[in-house]
Ligand binder design. Structure first.
Ligand code: ASP
Length: 320
C-alpha cells in the first residue's frame, strides 16, 4: 500500500495576518506524520505525531492556546479511530492534559470503553502514565486577552482578530493498509462549561472505516453533529467509489480543486458532505479525508481552511 497523509488546522475566517502561521503549522504537522509513514511506520503513530504538533502550536484551537470557555478555562476534546476495527478512543472536557490526542490514543489502546470525560478521563491519564498539567499552562496570552474582551463586552470574533483558530485533525494510511483518523479541539470560544461539540464524537467530528475511508471535520459543532458529517462523508466514499457524480449546486461549496464526475471520488465526497451541511443545517465548516486507497479530499464553506497533504506524486501541498 502507498502511504498517504492529510492534516487540517480548522475551517474559519482565517485573517490574512494568520495565514503564514497556519501554513507553517500545517506543514510541520505534515512533516512529523510523513517522517513516520515514509519509514514504514504506522498510521496511528503518524496521526498522533501530526496532531501533537498542531496541539502544541498556539495558532490552532487544540491543546495549548485553545479557546477559553465562559469561565476562562480551557476544555479540550479529542478522538482517534481505527479504520480496521472501527474502535475509537475519545476524550472530552479535559482541563489538565497538554496533548489530548495522546490520551485519546491511550483510551483506544488500553481502555475497555471508547469515550471518557472530565475527571474520569484525567484519572485514566494519570493511571496510564500521562502527566497532568496545571490548567493555566494551556492558556495562551492571546486567548486570555480575547476572553477578557469577550467578558467585558460580548463574545465577538473581532476580539480574536489575528488569532482566529480552528480544530485540528489528521488522516493517515500506512504501507500495511492501516487507516486512522483523529481530531482534537478546544471547542468554541466562550462555550458553556461542559459543552462538547462534534469533534470527539464518533461519526461526527471523526470517522475511519478501512472499507470506505477516514475523515476529520472542523466547523460549527452543533451543525456538524446534526448530519453526523464524518460518517456521512465516509458513506459517500463507500457508496460512490469510482463513479461519483454530485449535483451542480454542490460545486458552490467546492474545495477549490477541479474534479470530474469520472474520478476524484475523494474530492467529490468531501464537497457533497459540506453541501449537505450547508443545505440541511445552514452550518459552516469543512473536512479532510482519505479514501481507502489513500486519495485525499477536502472541502469547506468557510472563507478559509488550513490544510496540507502529500499528493500521489509525493509532493507536499499546503494551503489556507
Ligand atoms: N468543531 C469544533 C467544535 O464545535 C470547532 C472547530 O472545528 O473549530 O467544537
Amino acid at each position: 500500500m502507498k502511504p498517504a497523509l492529510i492534516v487540517h488546522g480548522g475551517a474559519w475566517d482565517i485573517p490574512d495576518e494568520a495565514v503564514g502561521a497556519c501554513i507553517s503549522g500545517c506543514r510541520s504537522a505534515l512533516d512529523a506524520g510523513w517522517s513516520i509513514l515514509s519509514r514504514g511506520g504506522s498510521a496511528l503513530d503518524a496521526v498522533e505525531a501530526a496532531i501533537v504538533v498542531l496541539e502544541d502550536d498556539a495558532v490552532f484551537d487544540a491543546g495549548f492556546g485553545s479557546h477559553l470557555n465562559l469561565e476562562g478555562r480551557v476544555e479540550c476534546d479529542a478522538i482517534v479511530m481505527d479504520g480496521a476495527t472501527l474502535r475509537a478512543g475519545a476524550v472530552a472536557g479535559l482541563q489538565r492534559i497538554r496533548n489530548p490526542i495522546r490520551l485519546a490514543r491511550a483510551v483506544l489502546e488500553r481502555c475497555p470503553h471508547m469515550m471518557l470525560v472530565a475527571e474520569g478521563a484525567e484519572r485514566f491519564a494519570k493511571d496510564n502514565g500521562i502527566a497532568l498539567c496545571d490548567p493555566e499552562e494551556l492558556v495562551s496570552d492571546a486567548e486570555r486577552e480575547a476572553w477578557r474582551l469577550c467578558s467585558q463586552d460580548e463574545h465577538a470574533a473581532a476580539h480574536h482578530r489575528g488569532h482566529e483558530q480552528g480544530t485540528v485533525g489528521a488522516v493517515a494510511l500506512d504501507a500495511q493498509g492501516g487507516l486512522f483518523a483523529g481530531t482534537s479541539t478546544g471547542g468554541t470560544c466562550c462555550k458553556l462549561p461542559g459543552r462538547v461539540g462534534d469533534s470527539p464524537l464518533i461519526g461526527c467530528g471523526c470517522y475511519a472505516d478501512s472499507t470506505a475511508g477516514g475523515v476529520s471535520c472542523t466547523g460549527y459543532g452543533e451543525a456538524i453533529m446534526k448530519i453526523v458529517m464524518a460518517k456521512t462523508a465516509a458513506d459517500l466514499l463507500r457508496d460512490h467509489g469510482g463513479s461519483f457524480c454530485v449535483s451542480d449546486s454542490s460545486r458552490d461549496h467546492a474545495s477549490g480543486t477541479s474534479a470530474s464526475c469520472a474520478g476524484d471520488t475523494a474530492i467529490l465526497a468531501a464537497r457533497e458532505a459540506v453541501h449537505i451541511l450547508a443545505q440541511r443545517t445552514r452550518g459552516t465548516g469543512g473536512l479532510i479525508l482519505l479514501d481507502c486507497e489513500g486519495n485525499p479530499g477536502f472541502a469547506f464553506n468557510t472563507p478559509r481552511m488550513a490544510y496540507a497533504y502529500v499528493a500521489s506524486d509525493g509532493s507536499f501541498f499546503t494551503s489556507v
